[in-house]
Design a protein around this ligand. Sequence first.
Ligand code: C2E
Ligand code: MG
Ligand code: MG
Ligand code: MG
Length: 278
Amino acid sequence: SAKITGKNTFAYFKPAMNDRIMEKIQNQAELRRAIEKKEFVVYYQPQIDLKTDKITGFEARVRWEHSERGILKPAEFIKLSEETGLIVPIGMIVIEEALKKLKEWQDKGYKDLTISINISVRQLKDNDFYHKVKDLIEQIGVNAASIELEITESVALQESEHARYVIEALNELGISFALDDFGTGYSSMNYLKIYPISNIKMDKSFLDTLFTDDFNKSIIESTIALVQSMNLTVTAEGIESCEQEQFLKSVRCNKAQGYLYSEALPADQAEAFLLSNR
Ligand code: C2E
Ligand code: MG
Ligand code: MG
Ligand code: MG
């Protein structure tokens, strides 16, 4: 067996791998600094009711306002955050900021506004997650029924008993759950029975096949019908064209999000959007 001691250690790594490890360590230190410097902020993408064309709520999306590199999207830091466990504190920053904003907007008269917040399976595995969320809801004084947490299939695939227990306990508080990225992986209707999910978020890539041929149209149409027959709602993601919207309305999809309406916006711009949509 290999001896991992002293200067022999590096003999086990190829130079390129060694560089990658060094880079990772540096990036991890940078993530920690960013948490301390409060560089993680929340952006908000409107969610539209396709029956009324009104905003029902926002999806919260984390952004890193990097002092040199500008505004960074999750693709640049979420994976490392998950690997290092730093998604736990970053995720709590997002939840706290988003719930405070929701409370502020509800107090301004948007009483029925909802917030959807993405969470990683790593956050659900944090032993304190349930209590931290419960405490925040009480401190901020927001209604749990206004909150939706978005989980992906990776939660189900990891088959963590603890994660499932946490989901059920949060659901009992009144929080609802959405299955994100539906139509990408091995989407199984089985998850919908196992977890207390009330909304399905159809992924952009799934919807982008819409007008390639009629067969794809019928797949999307029947998927929506099937999901709704189980008493769940459907949110279409990444809607960019009026044609897509028209089709989704014709097949009675419940909600939509996408650049057709707006990208994710900083809080003040999201509020202006809300006002203009009144
Ligand atoms: P997601 O929740 O499935 O978000 C969808 C992504 O598609 C978002 O990218 C959004 O900006 C983008 N998008 C929305 N509408 C359109 C459109 O019309 N056209 C196109 N081309 N793209 C559109 P974003 O914000 O970079 O987020 C990527 C992923 O990062 C999210 O996927 C989610 O899984 C994760 N994420 C975002 N915020 C958080 C967070 O606060 N916590 C955790 N744990 N994960 C997060
Ligand atoms: Mg999402
Ligand atoms: Mg999604
Ligand atoms: Mg996603």
